[in-house]
Design a protein around this ligand. Structure first.
Ligand code: SF4
Ligand code: SF4
Length: 119
């Protein structure tokens, strides 16, 4: 008898949730406080691919690789949001001002691969 009650409760809960708004967000909608550290932003314009940001990242989260030549750069930058601790050391380390912090907190992902964001 008890089993039926449990099954009934589960079914009722499942039905209720069918008509509820999702509790997770797919778009950034809330205001964030001043100084909030969200996703790191990369501007490749002045990047010399020196690797200082990569070297100084305590979490091994940022990768910037020049897949071209010194003269003809093809910069490939990514950040692993599963590793990043949002310390902003990479921003401080970049002498060329290529990295900055945004208020983007919408970093949802459904797989480990998706956590690695192309910058
Ligand atoms: S914010 Fe910190 S942890 Fe994240 S990539 Fe930059 S240095 Fe690494
Ligand atoms: S520290 Fe700045 S210039 Fe050097 S690789 Fe990183 S983003 Fe580029």
């Amino acid at each position: 008898m008890k089993k039926i009650n449990v099954a009934g409760r589960i079914a009722a809960e499942a039905l209720k949730n069918l008509f509820r708004k999702p509790s997770s967000e797919t778009e950034q909608s809330a205001a964030v406080p001043d100084g909030y550290r969200g996703l790191i932003v990369y501007n490749p314009e002045n990047c010399i691919a020196c690797g200082l940001c990569v070297r100084d990242c305590p979490a091994g989260a940022i990768k910037i690789v020049n897949e071209g030549t010194k003269e003809d750069k093809k910069l490939n930058a990514s950040i692993d949001t599963g590793r990043c601790i949002f310390c902003c050391q990479c921003v401080d380390s970049c002498m060329k001002g290529c990295l900055s912090v945004s208020d983007n907190y919408n970093l949802n992902a459904v797989s480990r691969e998706e956590m690695v964001k192309k910058l």
